[in-house]
Design a protein around this ligand. Structure first.
Ligand code: GTP
Length: 412
């Protein structure tokens, strides 16, 4: 379901700009020009339907930011916009539990708002762990992070932190205070860093002003960043966002490097990474198959390269459905690989014959043309504990499948 954004704003030009921005972010704007109208609109809604509220500080029936209080008390993450930003207003806004404030001074600020909406959406799946002996301090940080839609976890000891991190793989950021109960913070950070790479888990150290040397010690022990207490709200949030965005960027690069651009399947590199990892457990049984589309060159020659691409995409999709419990990859060109861990030879043969039938069963439709597709498969079920040599065997069997007439499985 498309999430809503409650916009409480009375300026006509800002309304049209905000509405456009919210729509561009694939969200549904719900407009109110006064606090009274907002209350009326929200009366029959659940906070869960809304991603957030964007609230003007100064409204005809709420000149001192009362609409902000309404949004916050309605459990909506609240972003404040304001045409005037003097120190008093800034303080008044930040004294409330808002996500952020945006002065309506230039177009850049609306870019910032766009990014903020994107972050609020993405943060819903990101976990943050706060480790601090002092309950009040860790509660305050966790509450601040929850306002930004993060899923938060709190604990006082390194031992509890280990358990929480083990259990929740969506935790991407950890705040480690200089005061944790059962271990010096720097020791804990360096232990943590050995378990989790910098690009998988960001660690931000926290310590008070008195400990001037701690920032360097934290970072040398493996922390990504450091925040000095008492922290400045805006700086704190900037650091959180920067560290999370860095991890997301690395994830995007990784995903791109491991995915075949045409079919969306894992590529050869990712296949070897995953399978080699599984090999460490020395599986008692494993099978491996190479699949190659038949007469694919003639499909390209007859129907064009775009049709060939569509055939590859459809075959990959069918493989993805039939092989959701095993490892598949596009190896390149019109060749795919399937790795079946813990499959008996009989089970593997059955599965590959099913694939062969399913691919041939239905032609691929491309621009009203029906293109028949078949696949030849070489399958080795002899587990010799060496993937490279299993690939060589599967390749020889594939050659036999082609030689014997195609559209078949040849196994050993
Ligand atoms: N459309 C398209 N064609 C590709 C792609 N990658 C490789 N090819 C083409 O796939 C064809 C493979 O042809 P061949 O190796 O001769 O094999 P074949 O025609 O399938 O014949 P057999 O394997 O013997 O059944 C070549 O013409 C490549 O140019 C791709 O990503 N898209």
């Amino acid at each position: 379901m498309q999430q809503k954004v409650l916009i409480i704003e009375d300026s006509v030009s800002s309304i049209s700009l905000l509405k456009k921005l919210v729509e561009m972010a694939q969200l549904e704007p719900v407009l109110a020009t006064t606090l009274t109208a907002a209350k009326h609109l929200f009366m029959h809604s659940e906070p869960e339907d809304y991603l957030c509220a964007i609230v003007d500080y100064d409204l005809p029936d709420a000149i001192h930011g009362e609409a902000i209080d309404f949004a916050v008390q309605s459990y909506l993450p609240t972003i404040v916009t304001t045409a005037r930003l003097d120190e008093d207003i800034r303080k008044s806004v930040l004294s409330r539990d808002v996500v952020d404030y945006i002065p309506k001074e230039n177009a850049q600020m609306f870019d910032y708002l766009m990014r903020l909406l994107g972050r609020l959406e993405k943060n819903k799946t990101i976990g943050v762990l706060v480790i601090n002996t002092k309950r009040a301090e860790r509660n305050a940080i966790a509450a601040l992070l929850r306002r930004h839609n993060f899923i938060t976890y709190e604990c006082a000891t390194a031992a509890d932190a280990e358990t929480i991190l083990d259990k929740h793989s969506h935790i991407k950021l950890v705040f480690v205070d200089s005061e944790i109960q059962d271990k010096p913070a720097t020791l804990f950070i360096s232990w943590l860093r050995k378990q989790y790479a910098k690009e998988d888990l960001a660690i931000i150290g926290l310590a008070s002003d008195r400990n001037n040397l701690l920032s360097a010690r934290f970072i040398k022990s493996g922390a990504n960043d450091f925040v000095r207490k008492p922290y400045h709200l805006e700086e704190f949030l900037c650091r959180v966002n920067q560290n999370i965005e860095l991890i997301e960027n690395v994830e995007t690069i990784r995903r791109t490097a491991n995915t075949d651009y045409l079919t969306g399947l894992p590529n050869r590199r990712h296949f070897f990474y995953t399978v080699n990892k599984m090999q460490r457990n020395q599986p008692a049984q494993q099978a491996l198959a190479l699949l190659d589309l038949d007469f694919f060159k003639s499909i390209n020659d007859t129907h064009g390269h775009d049709a060939g691409d569509e055939v590859l995409r459809v075959v990959a999709k069918r493989l993805g459905v039939i092989c959701s419990d095993v490892i598949i990859a596009r190896f390149g060109g019109e060749e795919f690989c399937v790795y079946l861990p813990d499959f008996t030879p009989e089970e593997a043969i059955q599965r590959l014959q099913h694939i062969c039938r399913k691919i041939a069963e239905k032609p691929v439709l491309f621009e009203q043309t029906s293109i028949p597709v078949t696949v030849s498969i070489g399958l080795t079920t002899q587990n010799d504990h060496n993937i490279q040599s299993m690939l060589t065997t599967a390749d020889k069997l594939l050659y036999q499948a082609k030689h014997n007439g195609r559209n078949r499985v040849v196994h050993d």
